[in-house]
Design a protein around this ligand. Structure first.
Ligand code: NDP
Ligand code: GDR
Length: 347
């Protein structure tokens, strides 16, 4: 049975916004998705998913940093559910633009919470919280009540938005829920993030369009899942009986180095690593050619060394669990990038 509900998604031009719009449209929702004004707005993700011209999808220009626009947006789109996915979401950039990051990623959420409080406190609100809030981890694995210790301006901004969501829940009875999502990837991931940078570069290397993949910290460990499954989790979080906070993760962690090996393997190349730190090199096992190098320009002033989340609460309360393995996810991304690079796809 299709729903007649209305949803507002901020950040529909991003990875999660595109997948979430797709699954909500499939469920019958009327979806308003926001994009930012720029000289050339890029809708490649919703185009690739084939939903850009869906009759139940309205695309609206919006900037999260503006309170009055937030009020007007919530008023005009009349949502039952708001999914706040818009953010300056790149951790590396947040060190260079801490104030912009605070304004978009932190304060932006409060603009929407205020709009909901003023216009219709019955609207359900989803905040895209992050495992980056655990930062320098205080327990392994991380769960909903593991103490936070963010390690970047992005993590700090997200923690502010997270607590404001809890605060509006407790102060005004707003159905404000927070998903603490661990890294989730897909063929729609931005190329600045490490997994997609790797799969895109691997595709270019095997097609002789790139010599070497340059990366930063290969020792960082992440809990990587498949984005399409995580946006389904966001929806479930807003269908729960009570507003709450949930961890979505796979409970498996691997290093960046492991992901590099997996991606090359997916393209038929075996890689061997030698050396340490800045001198570490990944060679083709067959030819000996250096295909991966470390460049300190990709190091961060403070690093999150290890993330691994236990999604037991989401499994118990929401019936949510990840299904796609990291090997399957990596292969899906490599295959998509091989295909795109082959046909000269322009993003
Ligand atoms: P993306 O970076 O792919 O998408 C972010 C979206 O926010 C884009 O549509 C972007 O628009 C939009 N945006 C940026 N600044 C503004 C602004 N000032 N006003 C309005 N919109 C803006 O992120 P993801 O899809 O990967 O992530 C979705 C959310 O989930 C983010 O909040 C992220 O921080 C969070 N998150 C992501 C995780 C992940 O692993 N992917 C894990 C945990 C949390 P534009 O295209 O114009 O830049
Ligand atoms: P992250 O993702 O910071 O976890 O944030 P990212 O893919 O950028 O980095 C993961 C780890 O890889 C290391 N790394 C590199 N990272 C990038 N981007 N480029 C490199 O060349 C490189 N080399 C090594 C990083 O140092 C890091 O340890 C993502 C974002 O989606 C956030 O918005 C989200 O909240 C978190 O995931 C959960």
């Amino acid at each position: 049975m299709l729903t007649t509900k209305r949803a507002l998604i901020t950040g529909i031009t991003g990875q999660d916004g595109a997948y979430l719009a797709q699954i909500l449209l499939e469920k019958g929702y009327h979806v308003t998705g926001t994009f930012r004004r720029s000289s050339s707005v890029n809708f490649w993700r919703i185009e690739e998913l084939g939903i850009d011209k869906h009759p139940n999808l309205a695309l609206v220009e919006y900037d999260l940093t503006d309170l009055s626009s937030s009020i007007r947006l919530v008023e005009s789109s009349r949502p039952d559910e708001v999914y706040n996915l818009a953010a300056q979401s790149f951790v590396g950039v947040s060190f260079e633009q801490p104030v912009t990051t605070a304004s978009i990623t932190g304060l932006g959420a409060v603009h929407l919470l205020e709009a909901i409080r003023i216009i219709n406190p019955k609207i359900r609100f989803y905040q895209a919280s992050t495992s980056e809030m655990f930062g320098k981890v205080q327990a392994i694995p991380q769960v909903e009540d593991t103490p936070f210790y963010p390690r970047s301006p992005y993590g700090v901004a997200k923690l502010y938005a997270h607590w404001m969501t809890v605060n509006y829940r407790e102060s005004y009875g707003i159905f404000g829920s927070s998903g603490i999502l661990f890294n989730h990837e897909s063929p729609l991931r931005g190329r600045e993030f490490v997994t997609r940078k790797i799969t895109d570069s691997v595709a270019k290397i095997v097609q002789n369009k790139l010599d070497v993949l340059e990366l930063g910290n290969l020792d960082a460990k992440r809990d990587w899942g498949y984005a399409k499954e995580y946006v389904e989790g966001m929806w479930r979080i807003l269908q729960a009986d009570e507003p709450d906070t949930f961890v979505l993760a796979t409970n498996r962690t691997e290093t960046v180095r492991d992901f590099v090996s997996m991606a090359f393997k997916g393209a038929g190349v075996a890689i061997e690593f030698s050396g340490e730190g800045e001198n570490e090199v990944g060679h083709c096992a067959r030819t000996g050619k250096a295909l991966v190098r470390v460049s300190p320009k990709f190091y961060r002033p403070a690093e999150v060394d290890l993330l691994i989340g236990d999604p037991a609460k989401a499994r118990r309360v929401l019936g949510w669990e990840p299904k796609t393995t990291l090997e399957e996810l990596c292969q899906m991304m490599v295959d998509a990038d091989l295909r795109r690079n082959d046909i000269g796809f322009s993003f």
